[in-house]
Design a protein around this ligand. Structure first.
Ligand SMILES: [Zn+2]
Ligand SMILES: [Zn+2]
Length: 387
């Protein structure tokens, strides 16, 4: 499939300013965010395409390359090679964060603009983000819940306070003076070339450890499973994430920690189906109950309530009970609605006297087929049999 022009994707002209790009991105990201269109594959694709276009156009270097070479600039097979380019979007394929949450994190660099290829080894780097799935019951997600979650992540070693040294001392590398780099002079047919390469002595870290810590083998970092407590707010839904800032993997060389994303999955429920903040269920009634009308007790999410079935209710009719659905996320008292569909039960085993009564009823009512609308003898399927 041919790729669309990035400017076209973002609805911009070639002379768009950095501000125009930022604005267009915010606007379109809100428009196509998958949380607003659950299950809509087309929107998901548009969102991905938008992110890709934004990554290129919001970076002056990449944008210049794109203006010159088009998509070929980022096609690894073409050799124009901008490196990285459009490949960094996998983070968005599985499970999206809550809307506010993800909008915030887009701009803080989640999955974007890593561009660490040319970074010095002793430069500080943000730790990696961690994404975990958490299975909640429908009720837990509806009313909110507290969970302690085991998270395996990298942490500073507590034996050596993250220094990697038994005595907690790091000596500045004598070879490179702590920069982590050394100059190397090579002679080639082009003449003498001076390059900066990682320091031989310290491997680019800028310091040396003479007494490596036994607990972390001198790395200063250990991998551990820790309990993270998380409060899932009422109304949270499948595919939304809770962001725990700074609870991901430890930052490198003093960089900030990564973030932890807890993506919600909802366990199947035998009674209810949830759609956004509304809840659906089916109840089963007898033919006389539907014909004569009744009041039935129905189990809601958190309490029993009465549903009035009027006389002559057809099977399959849906009743909307306002405010009995799932509490709305981030709202105080608002709740979605409950939809109750009534379904007639057809008994399969009747005894002789019961059958006799039913036949008598059928004769007495002259075989009325439920409502007049359905049984209009002048037209339709049933009419043909009556004549
Ligand atoms: Zn060194
Ligand atoms: Zn240690």
């Amino acid at each position: 499939m041919d790729k669309r022009d990035y400017y076209e994707v973002m609805g911009l002209s070639k002379d768009a300013t950095a501000d125009d790009i930022k604005k267009a991105y915010r606007q379109l990201a809100k428009k196509y965010h998958p949380d607003l269109h659950p299950g809509d594959k087309e929107c998901e694709e548009k969102f991905k395409e938008l992110n890709e276009a934004n990554e290129i156009l919001s970076d002056p270097d990449k944008r210049a390359k794109y203006d010159q070479f088009g998509h070929a600039a980022f096609d690894p097979s073409s050799g124009a090679g901008a490196g990285g380019g459009a490949s960094g979007f996998e983070g968005f394929s599985g499970g999206f964060g809550g809307f506010d949450d993800i909008i915030g994190s887009i701009f803080s660099g989640f999955g974007f603009g890593g561009g660490s290829g040319s970074q010095r080894r002793n430069a500080s780097m943000k730790g990696e983000d961690i994404r975990l799935y958490v299975d909640l019951t429908l009720e837990e997600a509806a009313f909110g819940c507290h969970k302690d979650i085991n998270v395996t992540k990298t942490l500073p070693c507590d034996q050596c306070a993250g220094t990697g040294s038994k005595s907690k001392t790091k000596a500045k590398c004598a070879n490179c003076g702590g920069t982590g780099y050394q100059r190397r002079v090579t002679n080639s047919f082009l003449g003498q070339m001076v390059r900066e390469v990682p320091c031989d002595n310290c491997g680019g870290k800028g310091f040396t450890i003479t007494d490596p810590c036994g607990a972390c083998s001198g790395r200063g970092i250990v991998r551990k499973t820790v309990k993270v407590s998380a409060d899932f707010p009422k109304g949270i839904n499948e595919g939304q994430s809770l962001k725990k800032s700074g609870q991901g993997n430890v930052g490198i060389n003093g960089g900030q920690n990564g973030d932890l994303y807890l993506s919600v999955r909802i366990k199947p429920n035998s009674q209810f189906t949830r759609k956004d903040f509304d809840i659906y269920q089916t109840i089963y009634l007898t033919y006389p109950q539907l014909v004569l009308g009744t009041v039935v007790k129905v189990a809601g999410l958190d309490q029993m309530f009465d549903v009035k079935i009027p006389e002559g209710t057809p099977s399959g009719k849906e009743f909307r009970i306002a405010g009995r659905g799932v509490p709305v996320l981030n709202s105080k008292n608002q709740r979605g609605d409950m939809y109750v569909t009534v379904q007639v039960v057809i008994p399969s085993k009747l005894n002789d006297s019961q059958k006799a009564i039913l036949r008598e009823f059928d004769d007495a009512t002259d075989r009325i087929l439920s409502t007049d609308k359905q049984a209009d003898p002048k037209k339709g399927f049933f009419g043909k049999f009556k004549k």
